[in-house]
Design a protein around this ligand. Structure first.
Ligand code: TYM
Length: 332
């Protein structure tokens, strides 16, 4: 590889991503490809920390892979692969688990949230999930990790684990930095703007899926919860409008001042319609590309097989060095 910095990020295979996934993370991944060495992955091993239907998981993983390509990730420019195809992630995870403290895992808000949501399945994988995420990142000694704000705590843990390992065994891992967008790092639910937009929301109107058709997108925005005023301005206490302005800004490139003057004297109805149309038009090429790419199963397979091969080769080098550092006997 060259001396460009290395980017790593991953996404869970929910099949179709939310507008939150897209604005907070995925849409930023494509443009980074020219400036950095990029490695992106569909994290199917993380997905099974909550119960999955196997057939659906398989389909969702393939769709997520195709969708990343439709969002502009080019497997010729980046290494794009499926996590379970690259065994080094699980192997490094074990070493990192032995360098992660029970106490720090207990503090993870996502663990607490998911335990509450699935009280009948608080499994060990759900608990140690952040160690696997650290392994994803550290296996490539990534410099930067482009994520939304909700992943910041996990990234902080990855940094701590890297530092702890370096102290115990001598400087080795790069301590990764989060790369969080200035606008759109936390897209909120359309029905409860105090809550993050999340695929697992029970109310489908709260979430825009990036493969939703134009009518659905507009309908969901029309129903978005706002406030009892009628002023399109970005201000504390106007969570719903702030969220819609953030979304509108990130798909049109207009700043908040421009948006405020565009909608001065107009009602929320006009604004919501404009946001819906702008989002739907922005996502149109993604939908079209996805329809095309997801048809071509042979091409997809070629891409993810090649991606996994490259990722394995790269991460195996890291893992072999880690094995030596911790004192394992060379296998050959
Ligand atoms: P995941 O699959 O939940 O989300 C993928 C990316 O989308 C971002 N995101 C959001 N950004 C803004 N607003 C929202 N409402 C919103 N919802 C989600 C997330 O911050 C994330 O960047 N653990 C990770 C996947 C992962 C990973 C990694 C990421 C596994 N290994 C290594 C980076 C590096 C996750 O579950 O993301």
């Amino acid at each position: 590889m060259n001396d460009k910095k290395l980017i790593f990020s991953g996404i869970q295979p929910t099949g179709t991503f939310t507008l939150g996934n897209y604005i907070g993370a995925v849409r930023n991944w494509g443009p980074l490809q020219d400036e950095y060495n990029c490695i992106y992955c569909v994290v199917d091993m993380h997905a099974i920390t909550v119960r999955q239907d196997p057939a659906k998981l398989r389909q969702n993983t393939l769709n997520s892979y195709a969708l990343l390509m439709a969002c502009g990730i080019d497997p010729e420019k980046s290494i794009l692969f499926i996590q379970s195809h690259v065994k080094t992630h699980a192997e490094l995870n074990w070493i990192l688990c032995c360098n992660t403290q029970f106490g720090e895992l207990s503090r993870m808000t996502q663990f607490k949230d998911k335990s509450q949501k699935h009280p009948d399945d608080i499994n060990a994988g759900l608990f140690t999930y952040p160690s696997l995420m650290a392994a994803d990142i550290l296996a490539y000694n990534a410099d930067l990790v482009p994520v939304g704000v909700d992943q910041k705590q996990h990234l902080e843990l990855a940094r701590n684990v890297a530092q702890r390992f370096n102290q115990r065994y001598g400087d080795f891992f790069t301590v990764p930095e989060a790369y969080i967008p200035k606008v759109g790092a936390k897209v909120m639910s359309l029905q409860d703007p105090a809550k993050k937009m999340s695929k697992s929301d029970d109310n489908p109107n709260a979430v825009i899926l990036i493969l939703d058709d134009k009518d659905t997108i507009i309908r969901k925005f029309k129903r978005a919860v706002t406030d009892s005023e009628a002023e399109v301005v970005y201000r504390e206490g106007k969570d719903g409008i702030n969220n819609l302005m953030t979304i509108y800004s990130s798909v049109t490139g207009k700043d908040f001042a421009a948006i405020e003057s565009e909608f001065a004297g107009k009602g929320y109805g006009d604004f919501k319609l404009a946001v819906g149309e702008a989002v739907a038009d922005h996502l149109e090429p993604v939908r079209t590309e996805f329809a095309r790419i997801s048809q071509d199963k042979a091409f997809l397979k070629e891409c993810y097989t090649a991606g996994a091969e490259k990722a394995l080769k790269y991460s195996q080098r890291t893992l072999s060095k880690v094995y030596r550092k911790v004192g394992f006997v060379d296998a050959r």
